[in-house]
Design a protein around this ligand. Sequence first.
Ligand code: ADP
Length: 550
Amino acid sequence: MTRRIFNSIFGVSFLLLLCCLAVVTALLYQNFTSVQKKTLVTETQLAAQGIEKNGMAWFDGLKADGYRLTWVSADGTVLCDTQVDASSMENHAQREEIREALETGSGESVRSSATLGTRELYRSQKLSDGTVIRAAVTQQTAWSLVVGMLPPFCAILIAAAVIALLLAGNLAKRIVGPLNALDLDQPLENEAYPELSPLLTRIERQHRQIGEQLSELSDKKNEFETITGSMSEGLILLDDKGRVLSINRAATILFEVDDACVGRDMLTVDRSPEMQRLLTDALAGKRCEALLKLGGASFEANASPVLTNGETRGVCILVFDVTEKAALEAQRREFSANVSHELKTPLQSIMGSAELIENGLVQPDDLPQFAGRIRTESARLVTLIDDIIRLSQLDEGGELPFETVDLRDVADEAVSLLGPEAEKKNVSLSVTGESVQISGVRRLLHEIVYNLCDNAIKYNVAGGSVSVAVGREDGDAVLIVADTGIGIPKESQGRVFERFYRVDKSHSKETGGTGLGLSIVKHAAQLHLARLELSSELGKGTTVAVRFPL
Ligand code: ADP
């Protein structure tokens, strides 16, 4: 600012000075010339009078400082000169001023010397005897006048520079002062310069716009934080360098970090090789996923690059719990392995018996026994396949026909079906309780009661009993199947609902068990949102209660 003001003031002063110098020089030069010419005329007249009176004697002892006098005869021969020896001078008849004087009585001329930078003014006058007297004076050119004026000009210029500098500093301070004192938070309250009004109005408008945009941004941020904060999945946003921009509450819990990780590298949140690979791929613009083990649970992390014009601007990582999915997968694998194994055993037995018969190695008397074994194993296979089909139907889910079912009716039906079986095993079977209507799938409710009663008979002792009770308790419909059988050891009680789990494999097989009965019960109960409670004591008996919420 100061510099600009200085430049302006100094520039204007310099130009002004230059103009003044030119004008003054021109005027002075004109003035000098006219004064010199007048003086030259007077000098010539005086010399003419002196020579007319005294002749050559007039020149004796003459002192003519600054002037040169030359006396020329009528034929142009130089008779006398105050500065140069006359005999050495050439004929002057053709000099302009001499010729003019000879013709008209007086003459004038001006000759310049480019080398000396001077001008000679000549004035001549014809005397009565026909001779001519000439006076000459040397005049400085305009340029030498300028050169002569340069020192004072420079002095004035330096003074102008100093004044301009002082003025500029002062002016800048006075101009900038009010600008520095502007309150930009309240632009319209300022009374600095009227010229600033449009600027201040614009600043005020921009203030308002920025305020509105900030509040909009803050609303959006709050909205974003509310949504991501209530998500059960972990959500992390990274910039293009892999630094955390935002991390939601679920992710901080999963990775056991706090909000201080925002702005730091993602690897400070999770340093596992899986995460490193995920980040490298995502920052390279690839969508990728990885399985993470966090706190003993399995999580899937999906990383999506945020691309703008093909360039990765950031990465969005979504982390969700797949523990259940992983467990289900493991369960499915285990189930397939178990199914193959369970199917293989009876099939091998059937094949073995058939081969023996085929090769004639079985005595005719033993044939019925072998045929019986083949039948028993085939029946076992059919039961097994039936159970597997039932289970997979339950696994598939799909639309189930829910209806109002009387639990007591279902219990009576199952008990009457199992009556002969109970009789065969010398086990008494009874149903007690009221009729309770629940909403359920009749076929599945039948499976529950049938399987529980079937187990209670199968794992009972001769002379034992099985009692089925139906009723209401604490707002639930309750079905209780209690037996006085062999009981289940403590360590197996938690596992009997697993697929293919049997306490005593040989005994279970003997009794035609597949290890799937209680799994079907558990699954069917889950579909009815019912709770299963099992209590058992070895050698005393087992009680299973199914509680259906009403
Ligand atoms: P299974 O078809 O072998 O009976 P389940 O899934 O119905 O298979 O039962 C799993 C295991 O639990 C059985 O093999 C048996 O050892 C035990 N179990 C089930 N119910 C009873 C019961 N009422 N008393 C004693 N043990 C039982």
